[in-house]
Write a protein that binds this ligand. Structure first.
Ligand code: PDD
Length: 292
């Protein structure tokens, strides 16, 4: 039985009780954050907490994020994940439990803060090297997907459509633009230039995306942040996704058509290596040993 955190307490998951009046349950009135841990060491924890804080502020949920670093570290320990190669914490904060109204509760209520930790698996090197496929699906999300709200219904429906179409993932398309995946940011390589959608209200500003942008710049890979048209995908040399549980994930087929020569590209491989090296450096820094 896993140990979870709910409103100030660590307890076995089956003892965690959330009111049916919770506005997360009734109205998807909340935000969430997923933070990766590698052998118990958090990766980009500050950036994840900052994004959560910004989401709370935009939602006007009065809940500080102070203390949530300790909560996450303790969840990793309580669940025996300190030596798991890859694990994560999930934090969800909702506006709290109150009689259902389409406006904020009139009487102040405490936000509901729920968190858990779990292991996740990287694809094997063989599986990764084969690459992954996507199906294009209309992006039916709202106009503020830059805020990491728990309203993920359009993402769920899109991902399910992609699975039913025989693909590994969904590529969300709006007005002819390949925006992002159902749970990852989207990238292409065109004429040797790395391209990804700019951070507007139409994509989630992924933490992994930010790390990969920095790594590409430091490695001298030319980068352009601009929308990628679906019409251009046939001319892409490489496509890939980035995200907390996907890291750098190659995409070798779109709607049944191979990308480039149908194999994982060199820039994708390079960025994946650089990303893994960054993770190793974070692990070493967390262990207090000098980083090479
Ligand atoms: N998903 N785009 C969307 C729509 C996402 O939901 C996510 C993250 C990302 C990548 O962001 P990051 O690099 O910060 O993980 C991009 C999380 C992991 C999830 O819903 O489980």
């Amino acid at each position: 039985m896993s140990i979870v955190y709910l409103n100030g307490q660590f307890l076995p998951k089956d003892e965690a009780k959330i009111s049916p009046d919770d506005r997360g349950f009734l109205l998807a009135d909340g935000v969430y954050e997923v933070t990766p841990f590698y052998e118990g060491a958090p990766f980009c924890l500050d950036r994840h907490l900052t994004r959560l804080e910004q989401g709370l502020s935009w939602m006007r949920i009065q809940q500080p994020v102070d203390g949530l670093e300790d909560v996450q570290r303790r969840l990793i320990l309580e669940n025996g994940l300190e030596s798991a190669a890859t694990s994560l914490t999930y934090i969800q904060i909702t506006r709290g439990a109150a009689p259902r109204t389409h406006y904020f509760p009139v009487d102040p209520v405490e936000a509901t803060v729920y968190a858990y930790a779990k292991a996740w698996d990287r694809p094997s090197p063989e599986r990764w090297s084969k690459g992954f496929t996507v199906a294009t699906v209309p992006d039916q999300r709202w106009s503020r997907v830059d805020v990491k709200t728990i309203c993920l219904l359009p993402n769920v429906l899109a991902f399910q459509d992609a699975i039913e179409a025989g693909a590994d993932d969904a590529l969300l398309v709006r007005d002819g633009v390949a925006i992002e995946g159902a749970h990852m940011n989207f990238w292409g390589v065109f004429d040797g230039v790395l391209v990804t959608h700019p951070t507007t209200n139409q994509i989630l500003p992924g933490i992994t995306r930010g790390v990969v942008l920095d790594l590409a710049a430091a490695d001298g890979i030319p980068v352009e942040q601009r929308p990628i048209q679906v019409e251009e995908l046939g001319a892409a040399e490489e496509l890939f996704f980035t995200g907390t549980t996907g890291e750098v994930r190659p995409c070798v087929g779109v709607d049944g058509t191979p990308v480039g020569d149908g194999r994982v590209g060199t820039i994708t491989k390079r960025l994946s290596q650089l990303f893994r090296a960054e993770v190793e450096a974070a692990k070493e820094a967390a262990a207090g040993t000098p980083v090479a």
